[in-house]
Design a binder for this molecule. Sequence first.
Ligand SMILES: Nc1ncnc2c1ncn2[C@@H]1O[C@H](COP(=O)(O)OP(=O)(O)OP(=O)(O)O)[C@@H](O)[C@H]1O
Length: 555
Amino acid sequence: MSLMYYLNKIRGAAGPSGSSTQAPGHVASSVGLSSFRDILGVLSHSYVGSSLKLLVLGSIVETGRRLFMWLIERFAIKYCTTIRFLQGDPAYEWIVLFLNQENVWRRSREFTVSASNSQRKWAVRAASDATVKANAEYVPMYTQPQLFRWRGYWVEIRRTGNGSNTDSQGPYAIPGRYVGHGSSISVTVYTLNMNVLSDLVEDARMRYLEVNRPNVVIYLSDSPQFGPHQTWATVKHKIRRPLSSIILPEGVVDALVEDAQEFLDTENWYNEAGIPHRRGYLLYGPPGTGKTSTIYALAGALNLEIYSLSLASNFVDDSYLQRAASAIPKHGLFLIEDIDCAFPSREDEDEDEMDVMAVANMHPRSRRVHRAGSRVTRSMVTLSGLLNVIDGIGSEEGKLFFATTNHIDRLDAALLRPGRIDHKVQYGLATAPQAHALFMRFFPAWRFPDSDEKESPTISELADTFAAAVPPAEFSTAELQGYLQGHKARPVEAARGVGGCQSHPPVVVPAAAVNMNRDKVEDVVETPVANGSRIHKHGEVKETEVNGAVVNGSE
Ligand SMILES: Nc1ncnc2c1ncn2[C@@H]1O[C@H](COP(=O)(O)OP(=O)(O)OP(=O)(O)O)[C@@H](O)[C@H]1O
């Protein structure tokens, strides 16, 4: 209503144009002036005036805001540096621990909760009472950008999904939400100095190493869930194992550690001699004889991170292997366990041929079912793919390559040539000295002090009895360990129990049982022997019987 009223008023004020006696130009200007006055009059009215004022004010504020954002953007381009840590990359672990230590998590209001049995070192334990053992860990989500000071610099962090804020992927992706899996953390430092950023990353890395000093960090390439470039997605922390706990013939472990240490210390020599700075090791022998344990203990002693990959995984092909190997940082230890699975045995090949023929004669539906249930695991990695990766591993950076196998006879000679495998260590079934050492480790003097009574045997004597009773080259150290675990508080029983079995006839162990891969299902059948003691072979029961000898050493 009021607007119509004012429009009419304007029209009325201008008057009918035909009634004017003045010159047309003059008329126009006087009409213009009066219209302008009227417009001012309209503007001065409370409703329209204040609306227009608000409009102008709003425009000014919006322009100011845009200008401010533009300036901030210019400032950000010129004065900040941003880096992204992708989940699934080892460096991601460093930055999360770093943020945790900087207490940035305190500002986070969203957490994911996980059971605290994981060995993650960077989650927040929310138990207020230190005496209460926290059973859950809280991983901050950092859904909102957080600003904090580090060494006098302003640092901003924000978490983003896979590639963008709303584009989270991974097993627990929620559209439009930031989730832990498949995400990344962006760190922005407000400074002109690029070195600050690398200092921050180095600080994060050092803290991570420090926190994990009592552990060996093992990166596993066990699932490609975070995308093609994030090959080492799973991280495990294992308590460091002292080298002395590895029971092998004297000098074997020391020689291995010395060799690896010398390799790490002589990078310049390699460069000057024009030899690629790489070294390959092959540990071979029956299962449960300490190959993997040796590698973990060595990595702990030399402060190396392990990058472990299985060639049997159904997503590992030549190009995946290449990517995974090249993502290993300097001084990382690249481990391929059971490397023989890339080299099918003659029997496997025959079996494959028969399988192909059988499948060809099948109905398509049965064929699918047959393939799904096929028990033969084949690596998709080819020999040439594997050799290329081994040759390329350390050409730029000093990396150690370790492989283990239960079947050295299956490996191609091309793999075993010096330059690819430089150091081989053969592992054998337990000898009497190993059995003795294992017994002493299980029943240390500080826990089982020798009794004052004359008749009772000392632990060393019991170890002698045990070692004499265990048949050499019949049991792996792991099997003896399993037996002793069953008697961990009863050394006398452990030693004499084995001795008591000697009156029983020996059980012949088929070679296949000794060489059985650990990954295969182990159905342990228990058959009690005379005094209730037993040592298990994979898939069968063994009564102990002295017999055979073992070759065990390094070359
Ligand atoms: N020589 C050894 N010294 C100390 N412990 C050993 C030794 N051999 C085996 N063990 C123990 O047995 C278990 C299995 O050992 P490990 O995994 O190292 O054997 P492996 O030779 O790598 O077997 P596989 O070929 O099946 O991978 C571990 O708990 C380890 O402590």
